[in-house]
Ligand binder design. Structure first.
Ligand SMILES: [Zn+2]
Length: 102
């Protein structure tokens, strides 16, 4: 993976990120309905998970997530980076539909 990518970041990239609930419904297995505070649970894709250890904030616009095992947490961009082993810029470009080409 190249760290010297000169890919442009659109200024309004955060506004162009996919809908959090739609994104996680597509990327998390066995995602539950959100609870009263907007958190849903599902299978964590970062470890072998039989206990729905992943919590995702589908009601929030940053897409925060956390794993109750040892995978940590972050926001939607961090989730995408980790899921596809992308660097930050590449993940953002992929998420806003600009493709992953450097
Ligand atoms: Zn995990």
């Amino acid at each position: 993976m190249s760290r010297s990518s000169s890919a442009h970041m659109p200024k309004n990239w955060r506004d162009r990120l996919p809908d959090v609930a739609t994104y996680y419904a597509r990327h998390v297995q066995n995602l539950s309905k959100p609870n009263a505070t907007g958190w849903a649970t599902g299978a964590c894709p970062f470890h072998v998970d039989r206990n729905a250890s992943l919590s995702v904030h589908v009601a929030g616009d940053r897409g925060h997530w956390r794993c109750s095992a040892s995978c940590g947490g972050g926001d939607l961009v961090g989730f995408h980076m980790r899921l596809h082993r992308m660097d930050f810029k590449t993940a953002v470009r992929d998420l806003v539909g600009l493709g992953v080409a450097a």
